[in-house]
Design a protein around this ligand. Structure first.
Ligand code: NI
Length: 182
């Protein structure tokens, strides 16, 4: 079995983060499967809640959702790492505001208003079509954030600039929240 490779995460300013990603036509090809293995490995090592292929410099409509509590997101729910290919999403009507960050924009958080729930159809890594799956809350937020990456959009485009805080301040704020609800 091939050892997964740690991929370089590109950062804001790299034009690849600003381009619309291409549809995947060869899901079962070893090259695509190896890329997926590398993305899963890289996402875990980077403590990411998700990662989209454009973030590792590949213009492909693939992202990972891998939610679990960690130091960057102490309140994240647990979700088995899931590979999403060629997704189509339909947003629910209700919205909510929460902080987001991005591995391609290190050190920054900002408040983004997103749909509370959504439905998504996609291909999984075996090429099977998963139809009209429902997601809500934090996972729905991660999906919308990663889907944006496929469109060349980053969270700072959607956040109010006055909401920007550093990751250090965000961590301090979260720790204070935890104290309050103890
Ligand atoms: Ni991101």
């Amino acid at each position: 079995m091939r050892t997964p490779q740690l991929l370089e995460i590109i950062e804001l300013g790299n034009p690849l983060l600003r381009s619309v990603a291409n549809w995947v036509t060869n899901i079962k090809d070893p090259s695509t499967q190896e890329l997926i293995d590398d993305m899963l490995f890289t996402c875990e090592k980077a403590d990411g809640m998700g990662m989209a292929a454009p973030q590792i410099g590949r213009s492909l409509r693939i992202f990972i959702v891998a939610s679990k509590p960690n130091s960057r997101y102490p309140h994240a729910p647990f979700m088995e790492p899931t590979v999403i290919i060629n997704p189509e999403i339909r947003l629910g009507m209700e919205v909510e505001a929460d902080y987001e960050g991005c591995l391609s924009i290190p050190g920054l958080r900002g408040i983004v208003i997103r749909a509370k729930s959504l439905r998504m159809s996609y291909h999984d890594r075996s090429g099977t079509c998963q139809l009209d799956r429902a997601y809500d809350g934090f996972i729905a937020r991660v999906i919308q954030h990663e889907f944006d990456h496929l469109q060349g959009i980053v969270f700072t485009d959607r956040a109010n600039v006055n909401s920007f805080i550093t990751n250090k301040e965000y961590q301090r704020m979260m720790a204070e929240e935890c104290e309050k609800i103890k």
